[in-house]
Structures are given as structure tokens and as C-alpha cells.
Design a protein around this ligand. Structure first.
Ligand SMILES: *Cc1c(COP(=O)(O)O)cnc(C)c1O
Length: 216
């Protein structure tokens, strides 16, 4: 596929679902991709990108931004607490908030910086033992802490469905959990399943290999 094909597939899905006026952001996940491929997508005018590592992003995005101008950067991968400050300075949105400690540290840092990126709470919808993300039963507590106690800008929920399961089941769980908690944004859907994710209300799809080609 290509960026153009993905954008038109998304427009089609929205039309079929009567969601024409809804937001569906395409986050082009450029982790590990060579600069030449990223520049091609920038040359097409796309300005929303995702990365999964803070250090790798620091190595490439400040240079690209000075060359191309402002982009909207999303951190979609795990956030280590010693990288919080760097992440908050570079990224506009962080999708991987999955524990109390991160919330406390981000809150602390936000007071010093005077701003905070928009945040998604990552939910472990499959309750997988090794997987990042808050357990389903913990979502309301974590939101209480982040939004009410610390006034952080939590805009939605994010999930990474278990690879061996039908993704739709997890998209539905995330949609219901967001609805129950009054959250509007859903970060879900990747190259292979973004159309299914949109059926369940995805507002932020994270698409890597379908846009840039297989990661090398
Ligand atoms: C790499 C990555 C993606 C994109 O995956 P593709 O299958 O290449 O579209 C999406 N979300 C996260 C969290 C990722 O790490």
C-alpha cells in the first residue's frame, strides 16, 4: 500500500460507517525506517508521525523538523521513567501511559515545564502477563489519579491486541471501556487491522509498514 491508498481506504471506511465527520488520525509509525523513506512521506505533505523509542526519535526528528517544519509527534512505544523529560519535550502525544509512577513523574515534570503532552492510557485488554498496559479493572483508578488528582490531559485509551487473537474483540473492549469512562479518543489499529479498528471507533490509527514498507 501507500499513504494515498491508506488515506482513501480510511475515507471509504468512514463513509460506509457514516462516520464522515469523525476524526481519524493517521499516525505514520516511522521507527527503524531509513530517513529516505521518511522524507518521501514528509514530501507528500504528511505531518503526523509515531515512534517507539525516545532516543531514536531524538537522533532523527529535531533535524527533520528543522528541515521540514513542524510535525505532530506521537510516542507509541514504552516509556522508561528516566526518559520522561526528553519525551515530554519532543512528543506532542504519548500513547503508553501504563503505571502510576509515570503519572506522578509526568505531573511533576509538567509543573516544571509549564505544559504536558496529550496522553493515552495503554490498556492490556488481553490481560497478558508480559504485556505493557493497565489491567482492565484498573483503568478507572488510573484515570482518577491522572485526570482528577493530577489534572493531566488524558484524551483516550490505547491498546495493542494479543497477536494470536482476533483484534476486533480487543477493539470492542477498548471502545466500551472508553465509553464507560467518558473518553473520546481510541488509539488502535495498525497496518493489518486499521479498517477493523475504525469499525469500532478508532480515532488514532498507528500505521507503520503499510506506509513505509517492511521495516529493514
Ligand atoms: C510498530 C508499531 C506500530 C505499527 O505497526 P505496523 O504493523 O508496521 O503498522 C503500531 N503501534 C505500535 C505500538 C508499534 O510499536
Amino acid at each position: 500500500m501507500s499513504l494515498e491508498k491508506i488515506l482513501s481506504a480510511i475515507e471509504n471506511s468512514k463513509l460506509q460507517l457514516n462516520r464522515q465527520n469523525d476524526l481519524v488520525k493517521v499516525i505514520a509509525v516511522s521507527k527503524v525506517q531509513p530517513l529516505s523513506r521518511i522524507k518521501k512521506v514528509l514530501d507528500k505533505g504528511h505531518r503526523i508521525f509515531g515512534e517507539n523509542r525516545v532516543q531514536e526519535s531524538l537522533d532523527k526528528w529535531p533535524k527533520l523538523i528543522s528541515e521540514y517544519g513542524k510535525v505532530e509527534l506521537h510516542l507509541v512505544g514504552a516509556l522508561q521513567s528516566n526518559k520522561i523529560k526528553d519525551a515530554m519535550k519532543l512528543f506532542n502525544v504519548i500513547h503508553s501511559i501504563d503505571r502510576e509512577k509515570l503519572i506522578l513523574k509526568i505531573s511533576n515534570e509538567a509543573q516544571k515545564l509549564g505544559y504536558c503532552p496529550d496522553l493515552f492510557i495503554q490498556v492490556n485488554t488481553g490481560n497478558e502477563p508480559q504485556k505493557a498496559g493497565v489491567q482492565l479493572e484498573e483503568v478507572t483508578n488510573i484515570l482518577e489519579l491522572a485526570i482528577f488528582k493530577h489534572s493531566l490531559p488524558v484524551i483516550g485509551l490505547m491498546c495493542l491486541p494479543p497477536v494470536k487473537e482476533v483484534a476486533s474483540k480487543h477493539f470492542k473492549i477498548l471502545q466500551e471501556t472508553a465509553f464507560k469512562n467518558d473518553l473520546q479518543r481510541l488509539s488502535m489499529g495498525m497496518s493489518n487491522d486499521f479498517e477493523d479498528a475504525i469499525k469500532f471507533g478508532a480515532t488514532d490509527v498507528r500505521i507503520g509498514s503499510a506506509i513505509f514498507g517492511k521495516r529493514v
